[in-house]
Design a protein around this ligand. Structure first.
Ligand SMILES: NC(=O)c1ccc[n+]([C@@H]2O[C@H](COP(=O)([O-])OP(=O)(O)OC[C@H]3O[C@@H](n4cnc5c(N)ncnc54)[C@H](OP(=O)(O)O)[C@@H]3O)[C@@H](O)[C@H]2O)c1
Length: 162
């Protein structure tokens, strides 16, 4: 399982249930990575997407503890056991796309993390957990700096063996 996120320099990922940044270079990177694959997100992240709609051309899995929760184009899991069962039948890459609660729960099952780091302090209220070297996480790739609308950002890849 892989994780993909965009953070500020403090690991912040969101504020008031919205993303911190809208950087077209990062959105393109996210699309390239996830297109045609499976994405897993929390119900709050689904609600933060435009019109609360799933992302096209990907299998969208949404975690919600509400047994009545349903939305068009989405496969819902009510707990991690249901998620594990569903993933047994899914081929191709699986990306955990957020938010904070779901990153925390699924990070132990991830072996790769694609993190876009924006060199800014966005005063976030939601954070990505630390990719701790003591858990085996190592930085294996780093892009040059990019700039968009005055924001400097770079793409980092972390990997570990699990
Ligand atoms: N920068 C980025 O890369 C990025 C990516 C994604 C999201 N975000 C931001 O992150 C923020 C949202 O993160 P968040 O931590 O508040 O929420 P979240 O992780 O998106 O969703 C939390 C919800 O997921 C459901 N859930 C979580 N674990 C579950 C489990 N084991 N079983 C069943 N359901 C489970 C619950 O839904 P119910 O309440 O329905 O039970 C819970 O309230 C927003 O600001 C968003 O914009 C940023």
């Amino acid at each position: 399982m892989k994780l993909i996120a965009c953070t500020d320099r403090n690991g912040g990922i969101g504020k008031n249930n919205l993303p911190l940044f809208s950087i077209s270079g990062d959105l393109r990177f996210f699309k390239e990575k996830t297109m045609g694959h499976t994405i897993i997100m929390g119900r709050k992240t689904l609600d933060s997407l435009p019109c609360g709609k799933p992302l096209p051309d990907r299998t969208n899995i949404v975690l919600s503890r509400d047994p009545g929760f349903a939305r068009d184009g989405v496969r819902v899991c009510n707990n991690s056991g249901e998620l594990a069962l569903l993933l047994r039948d899914i081929s191709g890459d699986v990306y955990v796309i957020g938010g904070g609660e779901v990153y925390r729960e699924l990070l132990p099952f991830c072996d790769t993390a694609y993190i876009t780091v924006v060199d800014a302090d966005a005063d976030a209220d939601t954070f990505l957990p630390k990719l701790d070297p003591s858990d085996g996480w190592q930085l294996t790739d780093q892009s040059p700096d990019h700039e968009e609308n005055g924001l400097i950002y770079r793409f980092l890849t972390f990997e570990r063996h699990i």
